[in-house]
Structures are given as C-alpha cells and as structure tokens.
Design a protein around this ligand. Structure first.
Ligand SMILES: CC(C)=CCC/C(C)=C/CC/C(C)=C/CC/C(C)=C/CC/C(C)=C/CC/C(C)=C/CC/C(C)=C/COP(=O)(O)OP(=O)(O)O
Ligand SMILES: O=P(O)(O)OC[C@@H](O)CO
Ligand SMILES: [Mg+2]
Length: 227
C-alpha cells in the first residue's frame, strides 16, 4: 500500500502519554514517512484508539507496534510485531507472539503484519528490563544483524537504544551486514544533528521521547534526513 522502501523517518507516539492537539497536528503534517503508535508500559486499547482516531484525520501512514494483545485494534495501515533477539527468555522472542497466533491466527491479515527483530542496547531502558535482555558485545550484535538478514530473513532489524543516543559506529557495522533487511534505529534522537548522523547508517530513524520533551527540535529531525 505504501512504499516502505523509501521511508527514512518515523515518529513514535506513546498512547500512554498526552500531547497538546497543536503538537499532534504538527507531527501529522510534518512530512514524516509514518507514525508508529507504541510504548513499553500502560499501553491500553483506549489510549491506542484515541491516538488512532486523531492521526486518521491526516493522510500519514499509521502503524501499531504491538506491545500487548489487549490493545490491538483494526484500523491501522500496518502492524509491527517485535521479537526480541537479545532476550534471555524465549517468551519475548516467540512465545507471546505464538500465543497471539494460536488465539487470532484465523483472522490475521498477514499482508499488514511485519516482524521486527529487536536488538535492545540500552540496559537502563524500561524495555530492556521488561524483555529480560542481555547486552551483546559488538561481535554478538553484528551476529544478530546477520541472523536477521540471512537466517530469519526479517523485514526489519531494530537497533533500540530507547532513551539514549547510541553509538553510530556500532550502527554502521550492523548496517554493513544488511541488504534486504531494513535497519531501524531508535533512541535518544533529540535534534537535527543527531538525526542526520544516525540517518547516514540507518535506513529509518525513529524519534520518540523528544516529541514530548522538546517538540520544536523533534519536528526539525524530519527535514534533516529528507534532503
Ligand atoms: C488487526 C487485528 C485486529 C488483528 C487481530 C489479530 C491479532 C491480535 C494479531 C496479533 C498478532 C501477533 C503476532 C501479535 C503479537 C502480540 C504481542 C503481545 C507481541 C509482544 C511483543 C513484545 C516482545 C513486546 C515486549 C516489549 C517491546 C519489545 C515493545 C516494543 C516497543 C518498544 C521497544 C517500546 C519502547 O518504548 P519506549 O517509548 O522507548 O519506552 P519508554 O519511553 O516508555 O521508556
Ligand atoms: O524515545 P526515543 O529515545 O526517541 O526512542 C525511540 C524508539 O526507539 C523507542 O522505541
Ligand atoms: Mg517512549
């Protein structure tokens, strides 16, 4: 439906957080390639529906990044399903996804569903703790990228530094392993310089918290990567 091949920039909006309408309007009209709705905790069906109905007043593509089964609803353009590659526990890699497919497998439109192989690199983040992650060495992180591309042939490999600006050199090394699999980078991008820097290596950069902390600067990240 949309050409994700060309996407470079995405905003991630958290259904558990509030934003004034005028900021939401500017995000939707910013020229970003898509808006992801998602977060780690307190993601409810009500919160998701509220954001979805607001964003739907605009033409920007909108994706639900599923963090729990209770908040899944029809009406999004796409659904991204995280699989946490560097979790210590198979629950976060495949068990909860399997459970969802046992329950809803008959009604899923597979055309809309995309797996994201997450490599969570910030031990201070909530999502690292929640998904019981292990911090990979550089070599191990590169091996996750290789698995995503060659073994699992995932559409997306998500290098997640949630809340912290990551190391562009590591991101570059991971990108070097990927041809078919798109590298999504997210974490700590709060201004246009950081957006430009990560965008050199990542196929798609995600800007999340900055929208809530400094929306004026966050909005400038769109033009920074779409020159
Ligand atoms: C369309 C429709 C109605 C379909 C119905 C059928 C259906 C329900 C299909 C679902 C199919 C499916 C396979 C679902 C999987 C369900 C599931 C529960 C997956 C779990 C995914 C997972 C591993 C979650 C763990 C947490 C995680 C990795 C979340 C990803 C998002 C993320 C990294 C958030 C970080 O957020 P951040 O903003 O950085 O956090 P804070 O700012 O709050 O710190
Ligand atoms: O909130 P930030 O740190 O921008 O991270 C964005 C995104 O990768 C979170 O899943
Ligand atoms: Mg967030």
């Amino acid at each position: 439906m949309y050409n994700m091949e060309e996407w470079k920039h995405v905003f991630k909006l958290d259904p558990a957080k509030d934003l004034p309408d005028d900021i939401l309007d500017q995000i939707c009209e910013s020229g970003t390639d898509a808006i992801i709705v998602g977060g780690t905790d307190n993601v409810t069906l009500d919160g998701v529906l509220q954001l979805l109905s607001y964003i739907r007043r605009y033409t920007v593509p909108v994706i639900l990044e599923i963090s729990n089964i209770e908040s899944v609803t029809p009406g999004f353009d796409y659904y991204f399903v995280p699989v946490v590659l560097n979790s210590n526990h198979k629950k976060w890699l495949m068990d909860i996804q399997h459970e969802a497919i046992v329950e809803y497998g008959d009604v899923i439109n597979w055309e809309e569903m995309f797996a994201e192989g997450y490599c969570i690199m910030n031990p201070e983040s909530k999502v690292y703790e929640l998904a019981d992650c292990k911090l990979p060495t550089e070599d191990e992180a590169i091996a996750y990228a290789r698995m995503a591309e060659h073994l699992f042939r995932l559409p997306f490999f998500y290098v997640e530094y949630s809340g912290k600006f990551g190391d562009p050199k590591v991101v570059k090394q991971m990108k070097n392993e990927l041809k078919q699999t798109k590298l999504i980078y997210g974490g700590g991008i709060s201004n246009k310089q950081q957006a430009e820097e990560m965008s050199e290596y990542a196929d798609i950069i995600v800007v999340g918290n900055a929208i809530y902390e400094n929306p004026k600067e966050a909005l400038k990240t769109v033009k920074a990567v779409k020159k």
